[in-house]
Structures are given as C-alpha cells and as structure tokens.
Write a protein that binds this ligand. Structure first.
Ligand code: SAM
Length: 216
C-alpha cells in the first residue's frame, strides 16, 4: 500500500466490524450491468478495509491493473467514540496488504486526512474526471456528507457511478432524530440539486443510494 508505511499482511484479512456484507448482493447485481470494469475507485471512509478488500477482490477487473484511493481520517466519526482508531488504521494496512498479495496488479493509496482536505488535494493533483466509481461512507453528519458529494462528484468521469452508504442511518431513538446528524438530507439535497447531471440507478437496497454521472 502507498500513502502509509508498508505492513506485511497476515494471509487472511481480519475484521472486528461488519457494516458492509448486507450490501454485497445489491453490489453484485449492479456492477455487471452499470459499471463492469472500474479501474480507479475513490472510497471515502475505509475503517478496517472490509469494503476496500471486497472491491479489490470483486469490483476491480481481475485482468487489468486497478487502484483504490482510500480517504479516511482514521480518527473515527461521532459514532465511533471509544474505538482505538490507530489500531483500526493498523488493521486496515494489514488487511489491505494481505489482499494485495493475492492481487498484486492492483494498488491501494491511503489518504489519512479529513475528507474535506483529502478531496481538495485530489483536485489539486489533477484527478478531476478520472474516477470510475466513488463509494461514500465517511462522516454521517449531513454537512460533511454534502461536502463529500460536492467535492467527489467532479472527480468522477462521465458515466461514473456513486454509491452512498447509510441512507437511512440515524443515531437517535425514533421520534428524537436530529436530521443534521443523518446522511439522508445531504444525499437527497445533492441528488435533487444535481439531478440534471446524474441519473438515479434502479437499486435493490434501502440502506444505500446509487447514481450515475451523466455529464463530463
Ligand atoms: C462506517 S466507517 C467506514 C466503513 C467501511 N467503508 C466498511 O464498509 O468497512 C466510516 C469511516 O469514516 C471515517 N471518517 C468519519 N468522518 C470522516 C471525515 N470527516 N473525514 C475522513 N474520514 C472520516 C472514520 O474514521 C471511519 O473509519
């Protein structure tokens, strides 16, 4: 992995949390139809690398080189209080290193920073219009999610796909929801305001929203 010190991986990835497996059937349905061979992926929110490892194995093309840029502060969001995030970052590096031994044609580039900084850096480095797929799964605060979408969208090429996780996520008990503490209002606002530049994809998950960029 670049973007952090190299770690020799154990042969099999190890995870302590699973927020991703529920999405696998829908991803396996969507990708072959809409985005069969994404070669450059941007992931906002990688945690221990569970979704990163899945993309290395199942989403990047097996016969071509590919790369995943993982943007994460590895400081946790407001919902990650009490989690030792430096240990999470170590597990991310170990898990990804293990997977890259199986898929040496691919690269994972870690960007350990707030997404608001890292995404602007990607613009400054000339990545606008170069990503095939963006997975948005970082902060769940509405203002952060909106900023992630506004900054990530121009990094995507025409025809590129965005999947937003945690569409219906909320921390508060029913009846006490704080709408600004949820991704939904940001995802709805973005897809409404940008609707002439994207098309919402037919999607088989209530927990995620997917759309395709229709402009250059
Ligand atoms: C839900 S986890 C990602 C899970 C991962 N995609 C998976 O499926 O296994 C969210 C991650 O976003 C990161 N994060 C939260 N707010 C962030 C921000 N403003 N900038 C960058 N990363 C952030 C956290 O450190 C955490 O690792």
């Amino acid at each position: 992995m670049s973007g952090g010190s190299q770690t020799d991986g154990a042969s099999t990835p190890a995870f302590t949390a699973d927020w991703f497996s529920r999405s696998i059937p829908a991803w396996k349905h969507l990708f072959p139809r809409v985005m069969p061979r994404p070669q450059r992926i941007l992931e906002i929110g990688a945690f221990e690398g569970r979704s990163t490892c899945f993309m290395l194995e199942h989403i990047l093309p097996p016969d071509l080189s590919g790369e995943i840029h993982c943007v994460d502060s590895w400081a946790g969001g407001v919902e990650h209080g009490g989690i030792a995030m430096d240990a999470v970052f170590d597990r991310f590096r170990t898990n990804v290193a293990a997977m890259l031994k199986r898929f040496p044609q691919h690269k994972v580039i870690g960007h350990r920073a707030l997404s608001s900084t890292a995404l602007r850096d990607l613009h400054a480095k000339g990545f606008a219009g170069t990503f095939d797929f963006v997975y948005v799964d970082g902060s769940h605060q509405a203002a952060d999610v909106l900023e992630d979408l506004v900054l990530a969208f121009p990094l995507l090429r025409r025809g590129g796909v965005v999947i937003c996780d945690d569409y219906i996520w909320q921390r508060q008990r029913p009846g006490e929801e704080d709408v600004l503490d949820t991704p939904k209002i940001a995802i709805d606002s973005f897809t409404t305001i940008f609707r002439r530049r994207l098309r919402l994809l037919d999607w088989h998950s209530t927990y995620q929203v997917a759309f395709q960029k229709t402009v250059a």
